[in-house]
Design a protein around this ligand. Structure first.
Ligand code: PRX
Length: 656
C-alpha cells in the first residue's frame, strides 16, 4: 500500500482546462462561492432552477432526526414529468432522447415526445396490473430503450423500482425480488451479449418458482416481457404478459400525479460487508436535484448540442443517475448501447462515438485499462474528434490509464473528470469541474460545490494535508440514501455509528490529502472488493462457496489486478471425501463455475486455491491480510497473532 501511495503522490502532471472550454463552461468558479455562502440556500436554488415542482417546498433540509434526512419535504413533484413531459411542453419533443444501438447493429432513435408517449402507455399498463404508489416493481432487462421506459413508468406512478443487473443469477434475482416484495417483474426474453442472445426470462421463471411456502412467487402477480432476443421462452398464462401486446394497446393519455419530494423512487441492491446485499433506498426530490445538478455541471452539458454517452448498465447506480435520471431531467441527447465493448470487433465503442459524434463520454477505469492492453491502434482507427470531455467512475484510476485516456481517446486536449461517489451517495460527490479545475491524473480532487467531505483519523479528527485516513461526508446532501430497505438499524450501524459523535457519514473508503489538499481515493477499508468498478462482498462469495457440497471452509480476498482493479481470489478447504475422488484443478474449475451460477459471472473468482488450512487468529478470525499477501505474490506479513504460525508456509507452498 505504501509504495502504491508514494507512486501516486509522485505524480505531478497538471492539466489546465483549455481556454475555450473554460470560457463556455456551464460551471464557473463562482459556483464554489455561491455554495459556500449559504449551502442550504444554494441547494434550494438548484432544486428550483433545475426541476419543475407541482407544489413548491418551503424548507430545504430537515435534519431534526439524523441520520434520517428530509430534503424539500413539503414540495411535490413527479419525477417522470421532470424527465419527459416538461421537455415536450417546452417545445423540445422532437429532440432525440436516446440514440440506441443494439449489439447486432440494429439501432433506433427515440425522441422525447416518443419516449413520453411510451412511458405513459407503460404507466397505464402497470396501473391495470395493479401497481400503485409505493408498490415495488423489479426490472431485469438488457440495455434497451424499454429499460428506461420501465423505470420512468414506475416512477411516474409513485411506485418504487428495483433494477437488477441482467448479469445476476436467478438466485440473486430471487433474493432481491423477495426482499423488496415486488408485485410485478419487467423483463425480456433475452438480450444480446458477446454476439449471442443471453436469455433473461428463464432466470425470472426460476426466481419465481415455488419452493414451498414463502418466496417471491407469493408477491409477484405479473411478469411483463419485452421481446428482444426472439429466444424461446416458457409462458405462465395469467401471470406473463408480452410488452409488445400490452403497451401499444394501452392509452397514451396519462396525467402525471405529483408526489411528495420524499416519496421513495427506487431501491438498488449493493454488496456490503455481510453476505446479504443491502437495498439502498433513494427518494425523489433531493435525488433528482443532485442528479441533474451534477450531470449538468460535472459534464458541462449543453443539451442543444452535446451527444452524451455513459457506458454503465442501468443495473448499477451509475446507470440510474447518469443514464436515466440526470440526462433526461436535463433534456440531454444520449447514446444507449446494448452490448459489450468488443463485439463484433474491438473498436465497437470507438465506432459508436464516431457514428453519433459523441461529445461527452463517461466510463470506468477497468475498461480504459483493457483498451490500453489491446493497444492504441484500435481507437486510432476511428474519428474521435467530436469528444470534448471524458469522465471516469467506479474505482481509482491509475495515472497511466488517466494519461492514456486523455491522449489516445481525448486527442490530448479534453479535460477528464474523475468522479467519486457511491450507490449510497446517489450522485457525484467529489470531482473536478471541467472548466475550472486544473486536473491531476489519479486524483478525484475536490468536493463539488454544495458537498462537504473530509479525510479523518479513526477518532474523526481532520488529518490535514499530506496525510491519509478515512473519507467522510460531514453534512447531509440531497441525493443521500434515506435508508436500507427493511433494515433501519443496519443503515445507522453501517454508515453513521463509527463517527456518531460528529454526525459524519462513513463512506468505507481510505483516502489521502496531498499537499494541495486534493483528495486521492485509495480503495475500500472494509471487506468489500471492487472488481471492474463493481462492488462485491467477500462474505457473499464465501457463503456461495461453502454452499457447494465439496467445500468445508472458504476465505475470499480481493487481490490487485492489472485490468480489473481487484480480482476475486478464493482459498478453499475441500472435504476429504471429495479430495479422494477429484483433482484439485477440477474442483477449482467447478467452484468457479458454481459462484458464477450462484451470484453471477461478475463474482466468478479469478483463482481458486485448494488449501489444507486457513490462517486464523486464536479467536478463530480468518486473517485475510495474509491471504492477500499470498494472492498478490508478496512475502507474507506478520504472522505472530496466528494460532498456528506454520500454516502460512503450508498455504504458500500449496498455492505455488
Ligand atoms: O470505493 C469507492 C469506489 O466505488 C465504491 C462505490 O461503489 P458503488 O456503490 O458500486 O458505486 C460505483 C459507482 C459510483 C466507492 O466506495 N469508487 C467509485 N468511484 C471512484 C471510486 N474509487 C476511486 N475513485 C473513484 N472515482
Amino acid at each position: 500500500m505504501t509504495s502504491q501511495i508514494d507512486h501516486l503522490l509522485s505524480e505531478n502532471r497538471r492539466f489546465a482546462p483549455p481556454e475555450e472550454f473554460a470560457r463556455g463552461a456551464v460551471a464557473q468558479a463562482d459556483l464554489y462561492d455561491a455554495a459556500a455562502a449559504d449551502r442550504e440556500a444554494f441547494w434550494g436554488r438548484q432544486a428550483k432552477d433545475l426541476l419543475t415542482w407541482a407544489e413548491p417546498f418551503s424548507e430545504v433540509l430537515d435534519w431534526s432526526n439524523p441520520p434520517f434526512a428530509r430534503w424539500f419535504a413539503d414540495g411535490r413533484l413527479n419525477v417522470a414529468y421532470n424527465c419527459l413531459d416538461r421537455h415536450v411542453e417546452a417545445g423540445n419533443g422532437d429532440r432525440v432522447a436516446l440514440l440506441w444501438e443494439g449489439e447486432p447493429g440494429d439501432s433506433r432513435a427515440v425522441t422525447y415526445a416518443e419516449l413520453t408517449d411510451e412511458v405513459k402507455r407503460v404507466a397505464n399498463v402497470l396501473t391495470e396490473l395493479g401497481v400503485d404508489a409505493g408498490d415495488r416493481v423489479a426490472v431485469y432487462l438488457p440495455m434497451i430503450p424499454e429499460a428506461i421506459a420501465a423505470m420512468l413508468a414506475v416512477a411516474r406512478l409513485g411506485a418504487i423500482h428495483s433494477v437488477v443487473f441482467g448479469g445476476f443469477s436467478a438466485d440473486s434475482l430471487r433474493a432481491r425480488i423477495d426482499d423488496a416484495g415486488a408485485k410485478v417483474v419487467i423483463t425480456a426474453d433475452g438480450g444480446y451479449r458477446k454476439g449471442k442472445v443471453s436469455p433473461l426470462k428463464p432466470a425470472v421463471d426460476m426466481a419465481l418458482a415455488d419452493r414451498g411456502g414463502q418466496g417471491p412467487q407469493a408477491t409477484v402477480e405479473h411478469v411483463l416481457v419485452v421481446r428482444r432476443g426472439q429466444n424461446e421462452v416458457e409462458w405462465t398464462p395469467g401471470r406473463d404478459i408480452w410488452w409488445h401486446e400490452a403497451v401499444p394497446a394501452a392509452s397514451a393519455e396519462h396525467t402525471a400525479q405529483a408526489f411528495d419530494a420524499e416519496n421513495p423512487l427506487f431501491i438498488l441492491y449493493t454488496s456490503g460487508t455481510t453476505g446479504k446485499p443491502k437495498g439502498i433506498q433513494h427518494t425523489s426530490g433531493g435525488y433528482l436535484t443532485q442528479a441533474a445538478y451534477t450531470h449538468r455541471n460535472v459534464f458541462d452539458l449543453h443539451p442543444e448540442t452535446d451527444v452524451y454517452w455513459c457506458t454503465a448498465d442501468v443495473g448499477w447506480i451509475t446507470g440510474h443517475t447518469y443514464v436515466t435520471y440526470g440526462p433526461l431531467a436535463n433534456g440531454a441527447t444520449q447514446v444507449l448501447y446494448e452490448g459489450t465493448p468488443d463485439t463484433p470487433h474491438p473498436g465497437r465503442w470507438w465506432e459508436i462515438i464516431q457514428k453519433y459524434g459523441v461529445t461527452i463520454f463517461y466510463t470506468a477505469p477497468t475498461a480504459i485499462r483493457s483498451f490500453m492492453k489491446i493497444g492504441r491502434q484500435v481507437p486510432q482507427g476511428f474519428d474521435l474528434s467530436s469528444l470534448r470531455l471524458l469522465g471516469s467512475v467506479g474505482e481509482p484510476i491509475n495515472p497511466e490509464a488517466w494519461v492514456w485516456y486523455r491522449e489516445v481517446i481525448g486527442g490530448g486536449s479534453t479535460p477528464i473528470v474523475d468522479t467519486w461517489w457511491q450507490t449510497e451517495t446517489g450522485a457525484i460527490m467529489i470531482s473536478a469541474l471541467p472548466g475550472v479545475t486544473e486536473t491531476k491524473p489519479g486524483s478525484a480532487q475536490v468536493p463539488l460545490p454544495g458537498i462537504t467531505v473530509d479525510v479523518v483519523d479513526d477518532a474523526g479528527a481532520h488529518v490535514g494535508n499530506d496525510a491519509g485516513g478515512l473519507l467522510v461526508v460531514t453534512e447531509p446532501w440531497p441525493s443521500m440514501l434515506r435508508g436500507i430497505w427493511g433494515d433501519p438499524e443496519r443503515f445507522v450501524e453501517t454508515y453513521w455509528e463509527k463517527f456518531s459523535d460528529k454526525g459524519f457519514y462513513f463512506a468505507g473508503d481510505g483516502a489521502r490529502r496531498d499537499e494541495d489538499g486534493d483528495i486521492w481515493l485509495l480503495g475500500r477499508v472494509d471487506d468489500v472488493m471492487n472488481v471492474s468498478g463493481h462492488r462485491l462482498s467477500t462474505a457473499e462469495i464465501e457463503s456461495a462457496l461453502v454452499a457447494h457440497e465439496a467445500t468445508a471452509e472458504a476465505a475470499v480476498v480481493g487481490a490487485s489486478d492489472e485490468t480489473t482493479g481487484q480480482a476475486v481470489v478464493a482459498f478453499v478447504i475441500i472435504k476429504q471425501s471429495y479430495l479422494d475422488k477429484h483433482s484439485p484443478d477440477g474442483l477449482a474449475q467447478a467452484l468457479r463455475a458454481w459462484v458464477s451460477e450462484q451470484i453471477g459471472p461478475i463474482a466468478r473468482p479469478r483463482d481458486v486455491y485448494i488449501v489444507g488450512e486457513l490462517p486464523k487468529t486464536r479467536s478463530g478470525k480468518i486473517m485475510r491480510r495474509l491471504l492477500r499477501d499470498v494472492a498478490e505474490g508478496r512475502e507474507v506479513g506478520d504472522t505472530t497473532t496466528l494460532a498456528d504460525t506454520a500454516v502460512m508456509s503450508v498455504i504458500s507452498a500449496q498455492v505455488r
